[in-house]
Design a protein around this ligand. Structure first.
Ligand SMILES: NC(=O)c1ccc[n+]([C@@H]2O[C@H](COP(=O)([O-])OP(=O)(O)OC[C@H]3O[C@@H](n4cnc5c(N)ncnc54)[C@H](OP(=O)(O)O)[C@@H]3O)[C@@H](O)[C@H]2O)c1
Length: 279
């Protein structure tokens, strides 16, 4: 805990996307527990409940699938940085994201394109807009990928591919920024009990903290990996083992095994057909 406190004491501002629920919300709570002085800017469509009455909070309400709105939101964040905290390190946590269970032709085109916009396009766009400030002041970029990044994921093919992008892009960016004072971390959670599964078309409670992780556990492992300056963290030892196994299999074989597992999983937990299906 002391190492986390020391690490966070260097930061003046943390910019997080998707702090209104799940892992993003847990990251905000954890950071403020360890450093109540840090300013947190959240970008999402809903305001985090924890922001109510908080002087160190800045809500920027934005749909990250909308590139024009993202540009305006980034300007808002940069203005706030200049005014409220002109010195000190800045951390960007790219956490917003969503998935969808179903075959590509069932899920609908618009739904999957929006997924690419939020999970991939917004991550690159927001990072590129904030990087000049991060390089000037020092800081970190934390990108929430997934264990879905380690193998093709039939029945959530688009989601898995967006997360493979985030993982590889983060590791490449980390090397580019070596020596620039900006640390980059890719976080790969496995199943975590959040709103994610409901939005992906599964029943609420499809993942419980009993066999998955809690958002708080993921937030803690994220901050610990950042304090240790790791390049990548797979959250939970069980997920680490599975990711290590999957990434050593030939890709077509990993795709076949993953497809069989996801069909079985989905059959027991899937909701009524998605409302966006067919679009
Ligand atoms: N839960 C898991 O099992 C799991 C596993 C691996 C990786 N992940 C990743 O972890 C990240 C956080 O997900 P979570 O599990 O915490 O799920 P969650 O509880 O559903 O949270 C998702 C967050 O993303 C934000 N978001 C979604 N669409 C957005 C949009 N168009 N514009 C702005 N913000 C948007 C949501 O905010 P608003 O609705 O307020 O806009 C929400 O705060 C995601 O990138 C997800 O892919 C989750």
């Amino acid at each position: 805990m002391r190492a986390l406190r020391e690490m966070l004491s260097e930061y003046a501002v943390i910019v997080v996307t998707g702090g209104s629920s799940g892992i993003g919300k847990a990251c905000i709570e954890h950071v403020w527990k360890l450093n109540p002085e840090v300013i947190i800017c959240n970008l999402s469509r809903r305001e985090p409940a924890i922001f109510t009455g908080q002087l160190k909070a800045r809500q920027v309400t934005v749909d990250l699938a909308d590139s024009g709105a993202l540009a305006a939101a980034a300007d808002d964040v940069l203005d706030h940085l200049r005014g409220a905290a002109p010195k000190g390190k800045v951390m960007l946590i790219n956490n917003s994201g969503f998935g969808g269970y179903g075959r590509v032709h069932e899920l609908g085109r618009d739904h999957q394109l929006e997924m690419i916009d939020v999970n991939v396009r917004a991550v690159v766009d927001l990072t590129a807009r904030l990087l000049p400030v991060l390089r000037e002041r020092g800081g970190a970029v934390v990108n929430i990928a997934s264990t879905a990044a380690f193998q093709p994921t039939a029945h959530m093919a688009t989601y898995g591919a967006t997360k493979a992008f985030v993982l590889h892009w983060s590791l490449g960016l980390r090397e580019e920024l070596r020596g620039d004072g900006v640390h980059v971390l890719a976080v790969c959670p496995g199943p975590t009990a959040t709103e994610f599964f409901k939005r992906a078309g599964l029943r609420q409670g499809a993942v419980t903290a009993r066999w998955g992780q809690t958002a708080e556990e993921v937030a803690f492992e994220t901050l610990r990996a950042l304090a240790r300056e790791h390049a990548q963290v797979v959250c939970g030892w069980g997920n680490w083992l599975l990711a290590a196994f999957a990434s050593r299999l030939p890709k077509p074989m990993a795709a076949r095994v993953g497809a069989a597992l996801l069909v079985k999983y989905r059959a027991s937990r899937v909701e009524a057909p998605m409302s966006g299906a067919g679009r």
